[in-house]
Design a protein around this ligand. Structure first.
Ligand code: NDP
Ligand code: MG
Length: 390
């Protein structure tokens, strides 16, 4: 039996992962499941799979989790230390599907046991790509991409050599507002930004898809994961979300990956890699689809994309600042304190401010320094939002 842990088990990726495990329960032994506020779901899944331990990220919810697991013999724990401890428990395959920078420390702890990390948590690559990749190399661990575009690139590269790659094109649906007039975006609401035309995902990544912050993170993720030059990475708007990525080789050939927009494909590929097993995803009927559309992203509509290239050019700990600022800007948008288009503005301001005031961007890439830059970025955004309000 393969030993499996899922961090962020109660979320969209976590539940899709559990759906796949449920179809072949005898093959898996669940070690750890983690969640946040959704204690009922966490306890129910931990009981169903007879997990060894269930962890909530929030200390204040520990009693509730203990009560929900009473009599099951399953350990209950809470807080960031407990997450790191559980990530270090021996497992063959660990899903990293916590949302945000909070996924970084458990991901690093998981890599240190030298097994396979299925990485949905793109934020950890954006904040600390070199640290993550070096940790994997040092401990003999493997990282498999779960983000659909990166899984697509990974699959298109099977049997190929990365030196022969000329360009990597990741597609973007364009999100909820792709056809809105630009001037209307200013007043876009949370409810409007929270509905994705093609994918069913957690709320934060759905809003990030509308603003293209998600694609900005994915461009950086591409650089960190595949080790290519930023100039080799392109974004193409593809409203149908059927072609997930294309890899262009130096002879001009383009290899693309197509599939229905269902995350169980990328999760299942990572779960069974290097084999392919039957997956419960819809098969594409291209004759019924008829046409595939593509267009270049409009510069003015997606300022976050430009920021991603600035961040890659700057290097160092800039990714941690970018991600922290962007996460905090999203908190403010969700709380109704910041307009939709202002998220990119305050993120850019935070980047500029930390570069001039703190001068720490070129410090060594350690978990401590990454966390410090993340804190500074969040504080800079808070100050900027307070100034705007005042
Ligand atoms: P969700 O919001 O649906 O789930 C997030 C998970 O993380 C939940 O289990 C949540 O717990 C937990 N969580 C939230 N905050 C914290 C915290 N501070 N510390 C520890 N755990 C926390 O997110 P998604 O599943 O949509 O996304 C997960 C990751 O996968 C993200 O990095 C996202 O970018 C990436 N991804 C997602 C895709 C998708 O289709 N959803 C596609 C590609 C990548 P609870 O809900 O119990 O509070
Ligand atoms: Mg993606």
């Amino acid at each position: 039996m393969r030993r499996i842990s899922i961090f962020g088990a109660t979320g969209s990726i976590g539940q899709n992962t559990i759906d796949l495990l449920r179809r072949d329960k005898a093959a898996y032994q669940v070690v750890a499941l983690s969640g946040g506020h959704n204690i009922a779901r966490l306890a129910q899944d931990a009981r169903e799979f007879q997990a060894e331990i269930a962890i909530t990220a929030h200390d204040a919810r520990l009693d509730e989790l203990r009560a929900a697991l009473k009599g099951s013999g399953i350990e209950a724990a809470a807080g960031s230390r407990a997450l790191i401890e559980a990530a270090g428990r021996p497992a063959d395959w660990i899903m990293s599907a916590i949302v945000g920078a909070a996924g970084l420390a458990p991901g690093l702890a998981a890599l240190k046991q030298g097994s396979t990390l299925a990485l949905a948590n793109k934020e950890s690559l954006v904040c600390a790509g070199p640290l993550l990749m070096q940790t994997a190399a040092r401990y003999g661990a493997r990282i498999l991409p779960v983000d659909s575009e990166h899984s697509a690139v990974f699959q298109a590269l099977v049997g190929e050599r990365i030196e022969e790659v000329e360009r990597i094109i990741i597609t973007a649906s364009g999100g909820a507002f792709r056809d809105w007039p630009l001037e209307d975006l200013k007043s876009a609401t949370l409810a409007q930004a929270s509905s994705h035309p093609n994918w069913d995902m957690g709320q934060r990544i759905t809003v990030d898809s509308a603003s293209m912050f998600n694609k900005a993170l994915e461009v950086i993720e591409t650089k960190e994961f595949f080790g290519v030059d930023p100039a080799q990475i392109e974004v193409l708007v593809h409203p149908q979300s059927l072609v997930h990525a294309l890899v262009g080789f130096r002879d001009g050939a383009l290899m693309s990956h197509l599939g229905a927009p269902d995350m169980r494909h990328a999760i299942g590929y990572a779960l069974h890699w290097p084999d392919r097993k039957s997956l419960p995803v819809a098969r594409l009927d291209l004759a019924a689809v008829g046409q595939l559309e593509f267009r270049a992203p409009e510069q003015g509509r997606y300022p976050a994309l430009r920021l991603a290239y600035d961040v890659m050019a700057r290097g160092g700990l800039c990714g941690a600042v970018f991600n922290g600022a962007k996460e905090r800007a999203l908190d403010h948008f969700i709380a109704g304190r910041l307009g939709f288009l202002d998220m990119a503005g305050v993120t850019e301001d935070a980047l500029a401010q930390i570069e001039t005031d703190a001068g720490l961007i070129d410090d060594a890439m350690t978990l401590e320094n990454v966390s410090r830059m993340d804190d500074l970025a969040r504080q800079a955004v808070d100050r900027r939002v307070a100034e705007k309000a005042g």
